[in-house]
Design a binder for this molecule. Structure first.
Ligand SMILES: Cc1cc2nc3c(=O)[nH]c(=O)nc-3n(C[C@H](O)[C@H](O)[C@H](O)COP(=O)(O)OP(=O)(O)OC[C@H]3O[C@@H](n4cnc5c(N)ncnc54)[C@H](O)[C@@H]3O)c2cc1C
Length: 467
């Protein structure tokens, strides 16, 4: 905070106290501390934390912060991996975690309306009781909120068939920086009146408005699902198979890729049932009507094998226990990765699926050139790879080499017509790289949109767009 803003905090606190009970306005630094982190492990100490329970409280808070020109960071559960949720400007953290009502489940119109603090898992539970689901399925579903999902544009394995947040939100109620209510979209699956502000707010990382209600588009649960694990001799064979699978008409509902590092690192922590020579895996799921599922599975297997039978093994699961066993490499991975190196730089770059083989080649070259272990897995059906650089910062120049490798990785991704982030977003981690992807006039247009929504630059300043 600059001196002027810091000196305005007592007046702001007094004004907030007129409508917020004491226990929902935190000012003790020890209590505020925990609201300054996210999963990037960065931290910014907030001066005040507001635990809002209603739309009106959000509106009043923003109006006052705008009057006093105090920065506000909206917060769901702080699981973002990019620093997007950290209170770097040390102003107010506006926590939405207590806005937890599901306001309407409407199977006839295939929609669910909820407040932003409802978790993704709670939405899935409520929709599931009516035979539906909400497509975005981040692996943090049990903890993260739909407000955070909307503001980051979250996705997960199902995105290959059902899309991310962007394709699965109908409309929003939100509050602009000056406290003004805005409503975007409609409750219909068609609607072309006005500019599409719903999709503008999606992935805007709390920099344009604070979402207080969302109408989510629901999809019927499929009657049945099949799970397969396909093993390949090398990463290139697996990467080529992804493009073959996506080029035929049956879209899998999960198409995940794991490289040889993932296989090696999880040895001893999963059933030892991989065929000899397996150096890459695809995890594939297909869902649909019971009457068609065998044919759908056969079509995907044929594409996974290719005309010259490139797969070492195709292993379908026949029971839930077998499904769990097949996914065990993927499940064992995150804890193992955390224990291997003190620092893990986890990128979530995305390229058109036909460019995955070239991306893999370039990453292998980076491993050699910069002498770093780089572990790759991810949502291959969307071309979205989690590229993990394992770093020991105490070793001489290793962090430096990692950053140089990262810059090369980003260059390669853009040269392959890709994008720097498929789902985690920009926040602070990628903010200073995005001008490599977005040209200057387009960035300037984005800045002018930001100024229209938030002329005093109080909403999550310093995030998403480079200065
Ligand atoms: C173990 C783990 C696994 C993960 N897996 C995935 C994955 O598979 N896919 C994926 O996409 N992500 C994943 N993530 C990242 C993270 O969970 C998502 O980005 C999630 O959407 C963040 O939700 P949140 O409630 O924690 O939001 P927060 O971290 O609290 O906030 C995220 C951003 O949204 C803004 N924000 C929050 N609420 C609002 C609101 N109501 N209005 C306006 N802005 C708001 C914040 O200011 C911030 O910029 C994972 C994270 C972890 C820790």
């Amino acid at each position: 905070l600059n001196d002027t803003a810091r000196s305005a905090i007592p007046a702001l606190q007094a004004a907030l106290q007129t409508f917020l009970p004491r226990e929902r306005l935190l000012s003790d630094p020890a209590e505020c501390l925990t609201y300054g982190f996210d999963n990037s492990r960065r931290h910014g100490q907030p001066a005040l934390v507001v635990l809002a329970e209603t739309h009106d409280e959000v509106a009043q808070t923003l109006k006052l912060c705008n009057q006093h020109k105090i920065p506000v960071t909206a917060r769901g559960r702080g699981t973002a991996t990019t620093g997007a949720t950290t209170a770097i400007e040390q102003g107010v953290v506006l926590s939405l975690e207590r806005m937890r009502k599901i306001l309407r489940v409407d199977p006839g119109n295939r929609l669910l309306i909820a407040e932003p603090g409802v978790t993704n898992a709670e939405v899935q539970q409520a929709a599931g009781e009516h035979g539906f689901f909400w497509a975005p399925d981040p692996s943090s579903a049990a903890y993260c909120t739909i407000g955070g999902n909307l503001a980051t544009g979250a996705g997960g394995p199902r995105a290959v068939k059902y899309g991310t947040v962007r394709e699965n939100v109908l409309g929003l109620r939100a509050v602009a920086a000056n406290g003004q209510e805005i409503r975007t979209g409609s409750l219909t699956t068609k609607g072309v009146v006005g500019y599409d502000l719903t999709r503008l707010l999606v992935a805007s990382e709390g920099t344009l408005a604070v979402i207080t209600e969302a109408a989510l588009k629901l999809t019927p649960l499929a009657e049945t699902k099949r799970t397969l694990r396909v093993a390949y001799r090398d990463v290139h064979a697996a990467a080529h198979a992804v493009a073959r699978i996506m080029a035929q008409p049956v879209t899998p509902c999960a198409l995940e890729f794991l490289d040889h590092h993932c296989i090696d690192m999880t040895a001893g922590k999963r059933p030892d049932d991989l065929p000899d020579g397996a150096r890459a895996l695809l995890m594939i799921e297909v869902d649909g009507p019971e009457s068609c599922i065998e044919g759908m599975q056969a079509a995907v297997i044929a594409a996974a094998q290719g005309t010259s039978n490139e797969a070492l093994e195709v292993k379908p699961a026949t029971s839930q226990a077998e499904v769990d066993a097949l996914w065990s490499v993927r499940k064992a991975l995150s804890p193992v990765l955390r224990s291997l190196a003190p620092k893990k730089i986890n990128e979530d770059v995305v390229v058109p699926v036909t460019h995955i083989p070239e991306l893999i080649e370039r990453i292998e070259q980076l491993t050699t050139d910069y002498r770093l272990p780089i572990v790759n897995f991810g949502h291959a059906g969307n071309g979205n790879l989690h590229v993990n650089l394992l770093v020991h910062p105490e070793r001489e120049d290793e962090l430096e080499r990692a950053h140089a490798a990262l810059a090369e990785l980003f260059k390669s991704v853009l040269a392959l017509e890709g994008s720097l982030s498929g789902e985690h977003g920009v926040g602070l981690e990628k903010r200073d790289y995005i001008d490599q992807e977005i040209d200057a006039p387009t960035l300037e247009l984005m800045r002018s949109i930001k100024r229209s929504f938030d002329p005093n630059n109080i909403l999550n300043p310093g995030k998403s767009l480079p200065a």
